[in-house]
Design a protein around this ligand. Structure first.
Ligand code: CTP
Length: 403
């Protein structure tokens, strides 16, 4: 589902260095099918060219109340701009503009549009760390939030001043995710909580060695993104991985061992509406973790192991009537038969079968080929990207929830 298609987004750019990132933001929004109208404060035009933004948005860009025309100036109607938009995003929002919004000033086209618009407003602050941390700024942001403005967080890292800390405008991709999340609130999974387990678990043998597997966590991340795009509040409990999770717009709980994943899942489970266990949990863990690195010269012929907790089975036992529980089954033979056994044994509502017999399915790949199985039905899908597979899984779940 593309949440941005045909959405009318009014982008207000104010005068901070982060404005240089807005052409990429506009391009990404346009590529996602949104219509974008850019307005700017005059000082923003010092940081990014209106011509660039106009070319990318395929619309005129306004930074003043009037524009010169042949006979007489024309009015850039801030009321009509606000009325046109489904969403007004102010990015970057400087401390100055934030203060102007709080005090209902209409000293620029952006501030006047803020006062007159009736659509939801999203604000992406950007400033130096001390300005952002200042009580006055924080109070202003709280006031705007209390007035219904959705105030986005800031990024943490290098700032134009040479200092490092909280104050960076969120990256364009992250801003787009927040916009999607905004539209997702009214989407099919709006108001639902989804918990996803993902990645491998590592079971330590000694301080430097572990029992693990080749799971990358990509399928779980794709599921988390699809759930988020479909409107859900998402919690991703994920084992060791090298995925880009720093700025994802949902909660991520990193864990290492099966025991940690088990504890985290059980802690959050009673609150969730849909849980999907995509993790490749190690089935066995060394009975003892050696405190020091095991020396080769000491010799090692066996590692005594004990079973790890079956996290999905535990969720199945605790399942309440409002919860929909989905497992994964990675099988090398008799796929459907084995998956159906797990469906029943773990008290699941559905199970997603990956067969190692299918090329392009399973660990580490960018693609997957699945069969969605319930007690009374099976749907087989073609080989697809993991993102597309994740959307197929949620479409199937939504259909089942509707029945
Ligand atoms: N799973 C789990 N906790 C475990 C083992 C598995 O939550 N300790 C979940 C997986 O996330 C997956 C499902 O159980 O959703 C099935 O995992 P799979 O490895 O296919 O099956 P197992 O139950 O481990 O059985 P086997 O390895 O014998 O096939």
């Amino acid at each position: 589902m593309n949440l941005l298609r045909k959405k009318k987004i009014l982008l207000g750019i104010t005068g901070g260095i982060a404005a240089y990132k807005t052409p990429l933001l506009v391009r990404t929004l346009i590529k996602s099918g949104a219509e974008v109208q850019v307005i700017m404060t005059p000082s923003a035009t010092d940081f990014v060219s209106p011509l660039t933004l106009s070319v990318l948005s395929k619309r005129e860009v306004y930074s003043t109340f009037t524009s010169p025309a042949k006979d007489h100036d024309t009015w850039n109607d801030h009321v009509a701009l606000g009325g046109w938009a489904d969403l007004f995003l102010v990015a970057p929002a400087t401390a100055n503009t934030i203060a102007d919004f709080v005090h209902a000033k209409s000293n620029s086209l952006v501030t006047a549009t803020y006062l007159s618009c009736t659509c939801p407003v999203l604000l992406a602050p950007a400033m130096d760390l001390d300005m952002y941390a200042h009580t006055a700024t924080q109070q202003n942001l709280k006031k705007l939030a209390a007035n219904g403005v959705e105030v986005l967080p800031v990024g943490d890292g290098a700032l134009a001043s040479g200092l490092s800390g909280k104050g960076r405008m969120l990256e364009p991709d992250t801003l787009v995710s927040h916009i999607e999340a905004h539209f997702a609130k009214n989407a099919p999974l709006g108001g639902k909580k989804v918990l996803i387990t993902a990645g491998p678990t590592y079971e330590p043998i000694d301080p430097v060695r572990f029992i693990g597997n080749f799971s990358s966590g990509k399928m779980g991340l794709a599921l988390a993104e699809a759930a988020h795009q479909t409107g859900a509040e998402v919690l991703l409990v994920i084992g060791p991985n090298s995925l880009p999770l720093q700025e994802v717009p949902f909660e991520v709980i990193p864990v290492v061992t099966a025991n940690e994943m088990h504890q985290s899942v059980i802690h959050h489970y009673s609150d969730v509406d849909i849980a999907i266990a995509a993790a490749a949990v190690a089935d066995f863990s060394p009975q003892q973790k050696a405190l020091q690195k095991i020396k080769k010269s000491n010799g090692l012929t066996a590692i005594p192991v004990a079973p790890t907790p079956d996290i999905l089975a535990a969720m199945g036992e605790l399942k309440q009537s409002h919860q929909f529980l989905v497992g994964f089954a990675l099988e090398s033979e008799h796929g459907v038969q084995n998956a159906k056994k797990k469906l029943k044994a773990k008290n699941l509502d559905a199970i997603v079968l990956n067969s190692l017999e299918d090329a392009g399915a399973g660990f580490g790949t960018e693609t997957n080929k699945i069969t969605y199985i319930r007690a009374e039905k099976e749907i087989s899908y073609e080989l697809k990207s993991k993102n597309a597979v994740a959307h197929d899984i949620f479409s199937a779940i939504l259909q089942d929830l509707d029945q």
